[in-house]
Write a protein that binds this ligand. Structure first.
Ligand code: AMP
Length: 212
């Protein structure tokens, strides 16, 4: 099992791309944000603990996240050949912990580069289906029927952490951690940078070239 780390700010398109790529069975998309949101929905102890930090746009503690990623990886189907890791690592201690797990070596870290103004536009306009998790955008990807998911008919909501004040906080935290992560993977010769300020289909084509 190989891990490809997707690095980039919130709103840089890591999740959107990873979800599209999982139509190819050899890829599994693992998003720590999604795992935490499921835990919140299920009302578990982890969910209750994580929700406070998430709603404020702050990071959940490294020890919690490192434990969580280890447990989640163990539940993946045995035939998984490549994990697209989205949202982890977010700090240097997380990256170091991941590199110590021999069963899941990281082959590449792909950094999705997007200008900050565009990130704010994407995040504050995002609407997510409360039922199936499909993602829309008020301007660039509006649902056919207002506030209604095209896929399952569920209600569309704004994530609590996509309000403008929380988005700015998330971007500030991202900037404070990101250069250390880039250096970590650059020093190992694993870093690939990609211009992610392009339409979804074009970005997918560029990404597939890097992955194959
Ligand atoms: P995301 O969906 O990736 O934007 O993650 C949503 C929120 O979950 C983040 O703002 C953090 O509060 C939390 N989170 C997700 N992944 C991590 C991580 N690797 N380390 C710390 N917090 C995380």
């Amino acid at each position: 099992m190989t891990v490809t780390v997707l690095l980039g700010a919130p709103g840089s398109g890591k999740g959107t791309q990873a979800k599209r790529l999982t139509t190819d069975e050899s890829f599994v998309h693992l998003s720590t944000g999604d795992v935490l949101r499921s835990a919140i929905k299920a009302g578990t102890a982890l969910g209750k603990q994580a929700q406070v930090s998430m709603d404020r746009g702050e990071l959940v503690a490294d020890t919690t996240m490192i434990g969580l990623i280890g447990e989640t990886m163990e539940t993946l189907p045995k035939r998984t050949t490549r994990i697209l890791l989205d949202g982890f690592p977010r700090t240097l201690p997380q990256a170091e912990a991941l590199s110590k797990t021999a069963a899941t070596p990281v082959d590449k870290a792909i950094f999705f580069k997007v200008p900050e103004k565009e990130l704010i536009r994407r995040l504050t306009g995002r609407r997510v289906c409360g039922n199936c998790g499909a993602s829309f955008h008020l301007v660039s990807l509006p649902p056919k029927k207002e506030n209604t998911c095209d896929s399952c008919g569920g209600p569309l909501k704004q994530r609590p952490d996509d309000s403008e004040a929380v988005v700015l906080k998330r971007l500030e935290i991202f900037s404070s951690q990101n250069s250390q992560l880039l250096d970590f993977y650059r020093q190992q010769g694993k870093l690939v940078e990609i211009d992610a300020d392009q339409p979804v289909a074009e970005l997918q084509a560029s990404l597939l070239k890097i992955l194959r």
